[in-house]
Design a binder for this molecule. Structure first.
Ligand code: ATP
Ligand code: MG
Length: 160
């Protein structure tokens, strides 16, 4: 039987509109339900696109106390024990390359089966991320103020 061409990874997935914080909350719940230990989820998008807001909404899904999930820009990595796994929330904005990720210790956590790693500003970790890394790019249209989110193929497959 012939198989579909192996083009799935290059398919452009449809943007998910985030017209309100309620939409972000709903998407965060869908993502949180789809995650399991060992997953790495990168969050792309410009300053203020809504990356940390999405992680905070995921935290509410997991009943994490408000305030435990903060922007980790200065601490680099926050770890929250969720029982089933640790949520590792990282923000690599201030890192310049893979050597910084290695010296930060985050490298040990990426893909560890007792962790879910959610990484804002993942560029410095390119080349260190495990295969099948899940990805979401948050977009904010400066002209219209409209927000949207584009999952990579791996995340889109999990969300179906
Ligand atoms: N879906 C949304 N609807 C309305 N406002 C939102 C939405 N998502 C995020 N915001 C608002 O946008 C602002 C910036 O959000 P946030 O801090 O999550 O961005 P970020 O992408 O993490 O930024 P940074 O790159 O600085 O880490 C916050 O005031 C937040 O409340
Ligand atoms: Mg942030």
């Amino acid at each position: 039987m012939s198989q579909a061409p192996a083009a799935a990874a290059s398919l452009v997935t449809a943007p998910i509109p985030l017209a309100s914080l309620a939409d972000t909350e709903a998407l965060a719940g869908r993502i949180a339900r789809a995650l399991r230990g060992g997953d790495v989820l990168t969050l792309g998008g410009e300053l203020g696109a809504g990356k940390t807001t999405l992680v905070q909404a995921m935290g509410r899904h997991w009943h994490v106390d408000d305030g435990l999930i903060r922007s980790p820009t200065f601490s680099l990595v926050n770890v929250v024990d969720l029982g089933e796994f640790d949520l590792v929330h990282a923000d690599l904005y201030r890192l310049t390359g893979p050597e910084d990720v290695i010296s930060s210790g985050l490298i040990e956590l990426l893909g560890a089966t007792d962790c879910v790693c959610v990484v804002e500003w993942p560029d410095a970790a390119q080349g260190l991320l495990p295969p099948n890394t899940l990805g979401l790019t948050l977009r904010l249209n400066g002209a219209t103020g409209m927000r949207s989110a584009v999952p990579n193929a791996e995340l889109a497959a999990r969300l179906t």
